[in-house]
Design a protein around this ligand. Sequence first.
Ligand SMILES: [Zn+2]
Length: 330
Amino acid sequence: MVNYKDLGLVNTREMFAKAVKGGYAIPAFNFNTMEQMQAIVMAAVETKSPVIMQVSKGARNYANGTILRNLAKGAVEYAKELGCPNPQIVLHLDHGDSFELCKDCIDNGFSSVMIDGSSLPYEENIKLTKKVVEYAHQFDVTVEAELGVLAGVEDEVSAAESHYTKPEEVVDFATRTGCDSLAISIGTSHGAHKFTPEQCTKVNGVLVPPPLAFDVLHEIEKKLPGFPIVLHGSSSVPQEEVETINKYGGKLEAAIGIPEEQLREASKSAVCKINIDSDSRLAMTAAIRKYLAENPSHFDPRQYLKPARENMKKMYIHKIVNVLGSDNKL
Ligand SMILES: [Zn+2]
């Protein structure tokens, strides 16, 4: 048993309470590599922001859970070295799909887990979530649950179409499960292709996707005042990164994300955790493609991973300061 507190990590309880009150959201960045971890920590320290570093099942398969946990432990030490004496870093399991997986993470240093029973019938989602909550709370680990279905594909999570969260279910669900936060579906989706061009309208030559269902969000807020709400699938898919990728040999077609103004708007509400994964992938890939195209004779990974890390850091800082508003909240 590895307790997250021994690693210097924190759970989400206090930071969510402050974020809901303060009208901002905590960034939840997925990571799989050391460079992503370093970029996240540098961005969080420079902006004095709390941060959630999250690991999907796919990340565990790719990088190994033990290595990722030790990277998160390293993240805390690294933040201190960079001049942040009390960093607020959460190690969170993204889309846990079974009690066993959640338990394994809780037993191995995670400070927060998500149990995603959203594809199950309602009563089964409650039963599974409650079981995880009862186990997690013994160790002061916080639990995120999900109601409603997000469309899109990301790692092992996929759904063809979205179903908005039903506001009439949220009180019953939160009360009976005891979950600490709730991921909802209001029109965000997983991956870098969130909308087809046909779903968008063209404004000044730019494809603008349909707006998020703020009416559903506000209805949920009214039913569960002050309860922490989570948005998944909230990358903006910056078109300059897509263009760089395509300019240097890539082939990303119709990659469309959530406009940042909408996420900024959501951050001011009870939404206190916003998940961003695809934007980091795009920032990393764009920088590497550009570097290798411009320096075809180079082959030292440090040469191209350094600009990749810089580009991710720049993106993380932008999100923290200009979209989520979690800067200077330590
Ligand atoms: Zn997700």
